[in-house]
Write a protein that binds this ligand. Structure first.
Ligand code: DAH
Length: 346
């Protein structure tokens, strides 16, 4: 009788298979548990005749070992596969997911192109911090205290009236000019690209952060003619031969004289369109001869040295190349937008 039961359970154990931890646990309880089948059979075994015990004892031990071995091997294979529950969604036969290929950002492309052009004229690249003190962002650049020119730029202040004066997010890359001039003596010939911040409501035409490239050239006998020729060359390289330039008198505290430079509209070639508001011209940068006060503020002899500076917005330059109407697109990082842009220099 006991032998028949063992034969039947042996067949059951041999055919048992599962990948489910729950099913395996049920198996363990059914056969190996403290109230399980093996315990019952051992209890019954106590009552059999001594002759039977001799043969049945061995069979019974083998039966117990079979159940334990089965449990152990299934337990290991479940742990190995990482499949813990029956309703696991892991399907190893599914094809893998591909990697989305990104694209260079149009602003990075344009910044690189600007740098490459000025490299040919011997300009190196320098950078400065985005969190600036009042001295570097304003005072050294000849913005007097309480002067309305400070209101031209809506500043994000981080700390008002600290030890080093106000601390703010830089409103322009002109602050890097100051750092560069303070750190050494002329000649300086550098481009300073970077992100700048202004407290403006975000819209298609304005953003609270954007990018500029500052240029600085200081040496003996640098003249306004050098400034004009440098910028003229830059525009021909960037927008193509025949692009016209014009300079309009302007005001910046840190340059004297100051000018704004327009180029003939790159979209309509001067015929008149929405981009140039039907004037045929678009403004691309501010520039001028470095004010002697700024040179002196930075420890440079303004009797011996003169220089020019200019600053342009990279978004504006990119707009005129790619006609991107909404500034917000630049910071959304949508690869469908980014993928559309290429420049000569990749
Ligand atoms: N810093 C100015 C701005 O953010 C741009 C500028 C104008 C920079 C004239 C210059 C300059 O270096 O000479 O509006």
């Amino acid at each position: 009788m006991l032998q028949d039961q063992i034969t039947q359970y042996t067949a059951e154990i041999n055919s048992f298979d599962t990948t489910s931890a729950e099913e395996l646990e049920q198996f363990r309880i059914r056969f190996l548990g403290t109230k399980g089948i093996i315990k019952d059979i051992f209890d019954e075994f106590k009552a059999v005749s001594p002759e039977e015990k001799r043969t049945l004892g061995k069979v019974l031990n083998e039966f117990k070992q079979l159940a334990e071995a089965k449990y152990q091997s299934l337990n290991e294979s479940i742990a190995d596969s990482g499949i813990k529950t029956e309703d696991s969604k892991l399907d190893m036969t599914l094809p893998g997911e591909g990697f989305e290929v990104g694209a260079r950002h149009p602003l990075a492309l344009v910044r690189r192109e600007i740098i490459e052009i000025f490299n040919k004229l011997g300009f190196s690249v320098a950078e400065g911090p985005e969190i600036e003190d009042d001295w570097h962002n304003f005072s050294a650049l000849n913005f007097p205290e309480e002067h309305p020119a400070r209101d031209m730029q809506d500043t994000f202040f981080i700390q008002k009236g600290g030890e080093k004066g106000d601390i703010a997010l830089r409103t322009h890359t002109s602050s890097v000019q100051v750092r560069m001039m303070e750190a050494g003596q002329p000649p300086f010939r550098a481009l300073m690209p970077g992100r700048v911040y202004r407290n403006e409501a975000i819209s298609a035409r304005a953003h609270c952060f954007f990018h500029q490239v500052e240029g600085l050239y200081v040496d003996e006998n640098v003249s306004f003619a050098d400034l004009k020729q440098t910028l003229f060359y830059f525009v021909q390289e960037l927008y193509g031969e025949g692009t016209k330039v014009r300079f309009r008198p302007s005001y910046f505290p840190f340059t004297e004289p100051s000018a704004e430079m327009d180029i003939s509209c790159t979209i309509c070639k001067g015929a008149g369109c929405q981009m140039c508001k039907y004037s045929g011209w678009v403004e691309i940068l501010g520039c001028g001869m470095v004010d002697p006060n700024v040179l002196e503020n930075c420890g440079i002899d303004s009797k011996k040295y003169s220089g020019f500076a200019f600053g342009m917005g990279i978004e504006r330059i990119a707009n005129l190349k790619f006609e991107i109407k909404d500034l917000r697109l630049f910071s959304e990082n949508d690869v469908r937008f980014l993928k559309q842009y290429k420049t000569a220099i990749i």
